[in-house]
Ligand binder design. Structure first.
Ligand code: NAP
Length: 320
């Protein structure tokens, strides 16, 4: 089978851009890859670690002759990134992106690239790290990639884009951009907002010291800190660009939180038990769909400093 694309340009060489470039080099036979990042230090590092066949000094140089361009910059930088490549695109090129919100990105790219085939995408894959050193070739493997084609998207180009993401190991689903934004508002954007809030609140508490927060973090807080360590630029842009859907989900969340607050105040154990039973079933479904690790504590092996702990003189081995 012919590879879906022959020359790919990646704009933005951080976690997502670097990973897409590495994965394409590993998984798409014969593809030539070029990359550009606005930060000269990132370009230098990308060259050192070989993220792409060629690291260009300008965005126009990177996209010259490309039949696929993947914009991997923060959502708020998509318009500028689109404008910077507009005059250098080859005829027939497909432009996509990896932004975490889709309706605002679609509008920005339609404005920057009139008449160009733009088919936005969102690989639902990432980590709390950023920059070229965080990139790895298997980031997309087994993950969903949501593609949000405009109504008049060219069917053949859409099919090639989907086979490109599938070649990198992702499973694709298509939906409209507004629906994507509502789904991701609840599954990704709101959880990040909650994590940022909890970690912020804990660090502001005066009655509990900073060292106690860190020392006893394994009680649940630690998992929020991982999410709350995510890139501030990226997440600022996500909330500003998906404002309406996030505010709608936040309203629903606030109402549900108030219900739990009432149940605790009234001593209504049944209400709490029912909610917690329902949420446990959600976790089971995520494991069954292969979207997370079924092992206790996400398979972490770092229980305590060296794994074992000593209670009353007896060494207790770590959990398997
Ligand atoms: P990242 O590691 O910070 O990389 C983004 C890179 O793009 C940075 O080096 C940045 O440089 C550069 N950049 C900014 N504006 C540019 C421009 N106009 N032209 C060229 N380069 C530019 O960020 P990331 O985590 O890869 O995120 C990139 C995109 O992927 C975002 O839209 C995000 O919503 C989406 N996404 C992220 C995740 C995740 O978990 N991280 C998951 C799915 C999708 P400066 O730092 O100098 O600005």
């Amino acid at each position: 089978m012919n590879p879906p694309f022959c020359r790919m340009a990646v704009i933005g060489l951080g976690l997502l851009g670097g990973s897409v470039a590495l994965a394409a080099r590993a998984c798409v036979p014969g593809i030539m890859t070029s990359g550009f990042d606005s930060d000269p230090a990132v370009r230098a590092r990308a060259r050192e670690i070989g993220l792409a066949d060629h690291i260009a000094e300008t965005a126009l140089e990177a996209v010259a002759g490309a039949d696929l361009v993947v914009l991997c910059v923060p959502v708020g930088a998509m318009l500028a990134a689109g404008q910077a490549i507009a005059s250098g695109l080859a005829a027939g090129v497909v432009v996509t992106d990896v932004g975490s919100s889709k309706a605002a990105v679609a509008r920005a790219l339609a404005e920057a690239l009139p008449g160009v085939c733009v088919i936005p995408s969102h690989p639902v894959a990432g980590t709390e790290q950023s920059g070229p050193d965080a990139a790895f070739a298997t980031l997309l493997r087994g993950r969903w990639c949501i593609v949000t084609p405009p109504a008049d998207a060219d069917a053949e180009k859409l099919a090639r884009l989907i086979s490109f993401w599938e070649a990198l190991g992702a499973r694709c689903e298509t939906m409209d951009a507004e629906h994507h934004d509502r789904v991701l508002a609840i599954t990704s954007h709101l959880p990040h907002l909650i994590a940022y809030t909890i970690v912020g609140t804990a660090s502001d508490l005066e009655a509990v010291t900073q060292s106690e927060v860190i020392k006893y973090s394994a009680g649940g807080f630690r998992d929020f800190t991982r999410i709350a360590a995510s890139d501030p630029t990226m997440w600022r842009d996500v909330f500003l660009s998906n404002r309406e859907a996030v505010l709608e989900m936040l309203q629903r969340f606030t109402e549900d939180l108030t219900e739990l607050q009432k149940a605790i105040r009234k001593g209504d154990g049944d209400a709490l038990f029912d909610t917690f039973t329902r949420t446990r079933a959600v976790r089971r479904s995520i494991i069954e769909m292969g979207q997370d690790d079924a092992r206790p504590d996400f398979g972490r092996s770092d229980h305590g400093d060296a794994g074992a702990i000593t209670i009353a003189g007896t060494a207790i081995p770590p959990r398997p």
